[in-house]
Design a protein around this ligand. Sequence first.
Ligand code: ZN
Length: 363
Amino acid sequence: MLVEGAILDRDGPRPAGVRIRAGRVVEVGQRGTLRPHPDERRVRGIVVPAPVNAHTHLGDAVSVREPPAGPVEDLVAAPHGYKFRLLAAATPAAKVKAIRAALRRMEAEGIEATVDFREEGEAGVRLLRHAAQGSPVRVVILGRPLRRPIDPAELRALLAVADGVGLSSARDESAVARRAVARACRAAGKRFALHASEAVREPPESFLDPRPDLLVHLARATAADLAAVAEARVPVAVCPRSNALFQRQPDLATMERVGIALLLGTDNAMFHAPSIWRELEFAYIATRLRGRPVSAGYLARAALVEPYRWLGNPAGASIAVGAPCRPLVLLLPPDDPEYQVVTRATEHLIVRPARPKSPSEAP
Ligand SMILES: [Zn+2]
């Protein structure tokens, strides 16, 4: 396939021609300079790294009815909130089926990976691993130990199957529990993450100590809190649609100004389809509704570039020959790529260049 148009990747937007074969970039040149091969498909569009959804709770995809109104704490609080009662009532088979449907949708939308906060302890992690088998979407699972005080044996068993731990929040967990979890994650070479300042403001010293690998939300954080997070160099995943349901909004303009490494997530699958494209458009518009606009470029990086650094594969966000990236082609006008990708992309405009089924089929 020959794409004439633009590249938008970790080096920013630029006009380009890109040849893709077997799902890999094989040639990059100035726009209009690559010679078309006979029988080669030619399209006009923008080539981007496959986006990453940096925060989901795919387990709650089992909920398919409109959730009741009420404060988010009542809806998603463990162990008796609406969400946890639904999870407890659903059979494992029903949860697996719902998670697979969500992953198929993410696949159709070109998603490379998702970072999931999986509740329900070790069993919850195993259920998601099982559901994700065979999906081309990489699922990074941050599990949650159930027992308090923290039971080292339970935590060890959890970390043996999970990619790390995703805690509810510093407000919900004692400093002793957070330290025990963070220490165990470090020792196992795994990730420690938590929600922070979602429904109410929490002081940064609570969620930055012990230092997490990822914070989620910061919808109630002040500008000074955000500066402290930027200073601590902790990446932040924001979920603007989820926050908006409960009359909140992360201050993306300040996050951009203070230089926070931003990622983007779609949060609870009971509230939102796990569509990063919808999240991008909403984030862009919502900051304008509030009169505090964020740049399209900052949002594009949050979906396409920063998560690859977080995953330990920064070159995955590079559209270049030999880079370990999986390019997506968006059939959009290539003149202002960041704006187009953030405000116009939908699954109908995505061309996912076919990958060979096995190495022997590669050219
Ligand atoms: Zn969450």
